[in-house]
Design a binder for this molecule. Structure first.
Ligand SMILES: CC(=O)SCCNC(=O)CCNC(=O)[C@H](O)C(C)(C)COP(=O)(O)OP(=O)(O)OC[C@H]1O[C@@H](n2cnc3c(N)ncnc32)[C@H](O)[C@@H]1OP(=O)(O)O
Ligand SMILES: N[C@@H](CCO)C(=O)O
Length: 389
């Protein structure tokens, strides 16, 4: 039961309604204090009596807390795990209460560069650099406020997977089980390189204005669109793209015209234009830079004696998965996680042409992984109640 004074009353209703929770000042790893932070939260399902059934689902770079549901005035994209979370689905909301939080620094309701600074002007690029650990600090503060001592599970892919790993390593006693998809223990040289090119595409746009473009009516949409094109290529499979588009012209256009006007496009150019257009209509450029930079600095081994030591120290039972054609977070990175995390099941290899985005498209494989994660969570509950863990 949730009484008026119960901290759970801070949560929005269990039907996916978007709510906002003020968590106070957040002290970042750098020592900088971020004042008056708010996190946007959605949840599905009911919290049980002892609050032991709450699952935290972590979104990826340009995702948000809208795990489930249609496009509406508040949500520009459909739920990104619509087929996986809900009544009777692998993450069964008749049984579990699923909570998702727009990341610290995000632009879909949580405090970030596109929010107002306490001085009444937009934060913009004055927003301090945040790390994946800072994101988890803000979520730990939320859990404290809500009186949730342990998540039944923490689950996420890509940047959501990085947050999940940090939860597991920083607060193992607060995570009963976990599922980590399509991410690595630290950023690789390749990721830092490609992500830095994306950041530079945004910050080189004349409308960037040193990150102070909010409220000026001129936003760096060209740069953000270029960044998304580069990123989207890294999210999809190389063979998949060639099979879909090859070097065919976009119908009705002639990319081989001899005047170099670039007016005619290849089909893949048109596809990437479409993906870029969709992102710029829904995402803030400064937020994109902030979160991409956080991914560049992701390293679970930092100040913990290195990746091997950090992973070895983490006892949380977990399921790790990677996609065969992921060229951004290649399978070898999930092989490392599964080999070095003592609580990991054997690696789940997701056979898919879709590349990194496979964790969003391959419900048939990801569904059983979520079900298995909840099985591990239940086992841990039973072992604890018998005093074995
Ligand atoms: C965990 C998270 O929350 S991450 C956030 C998830 N959402 C996003 O990243 C939004 C961007 N979208 C995507 O990344 C992908 O669409 C996914 C992963 C969500 C789904 O993948 P898929 O279903 O395989 O989408 P796909 O790559 O085929 O893209 C389909 C779109 O391209 C369009 N398209 C296909 N070919 C062309 C072309 N030649 N020219 C123009 N547009 C084209 C389709 O019309 C369709 O448009 P729509 O999405 O507006 O309906
Ligand atoms: N499509 C995902 C891929 C990154 O994990 C996103 O845009 O966040």
């Amino acid at each position: 039961m949730v009484s008026a004074s119960d901290p759970l009353a801070l949560l929005p209703p269990g039907d996916g309604t978007l709510g906002h929770v003020a968590i106070g000042d957040v002290t970042l790893v750098t020592g900088v204090v971020l004042p008056a932070v708010t996190l946007a939260v959605q949840r599905w399902g009911r919290v049980n009596e002892d609050r032991s059934n709450v699952v935290l689902v972590e979104h990826a770079l340009t995702g948000d807390s809208h795990v489930v549901g249609p496009v509406d005035s508040l949500h520009p994209t459909p739920g990104w795990w619509n087929g996986l979370v809900g009544p009777g689905l692998p993450l069964d909301t008749d049984r579990y209460c699923v909570v998702s939080v727009n990341v610290l620094g995000g632009c879909r309701g949580s405090t970030g560069p596109s929010s107002l600074h306490p001085d009444g002007h937009y934060w913009g690029a004055r927003f301090p650099a945040v790390s994946v650990r800072d994101m988890v600090t803000s979520e730990r503060m939320l859990a404290d406020l809500l009186g949730i001592e342990r998540w039944a599970a923490v689950i996420g892919g890509s940047m959501g997977g990085a947050r999940t790993l940090e939860w597991m390593i920083t607060h193992p006693e607060r995570v009963r089980a976990a599922c980590v998809l399509a991410v690595g223990a630290r950023a690789s040289a390749d990721q830092i390189g490609i992500q830095t090119a994306q950041i530079m595409a945004v910050t080189s746009d004349p409308h960037w204005q040193q990150g102070g473009y909010h409220g000026t009516g001129r936003t760096p949409v060209t740069g953000l669109g270029i960044a998304r094109r580069i990123a989207h290529l890294s999210y999809r499979g190389e063979v998949e793209l060639d099979e879909r588009f090859a070097n065919r012209p976009q119908p009705g256009e002639d990319p081989r015209a001899e005047d170099l006007s670039m007016s005619g496009r290849f089909a893949v150019q048109s596809y990437l234009d479409h993906q870029a257009g969709k992102l710029v209509s829904r995402f803030d450029a400064c937020t994109y830079v902030l979160l991409t930079d956080a991914l560049n600095r992701h390293d679970v081994g930092l100040d913990r004696g290195g990746v091997e030591e950090a992973l070895h120290s983490c006892p949380v039972p977990c399921v790790i998965g990677g996609v065969t054609t992921d060229r951004l977070y290649p399978l070898r990175q999930q092989e490392e996680l599964a080999a070095l995390l003592p609580g990991a099941d054997p690696l789940v290899v997701i056979e898919s042409p879709a590349g990194h985005d496979g964790f969003l498209t391959e419900d048939d494989v990801v569904g059983p992984m979520l079900a298995r994660t909840m099985e591990l969570s239940e086992q841990d509950t039973i072992e604890r109640s018998r005093g074995l863990a």
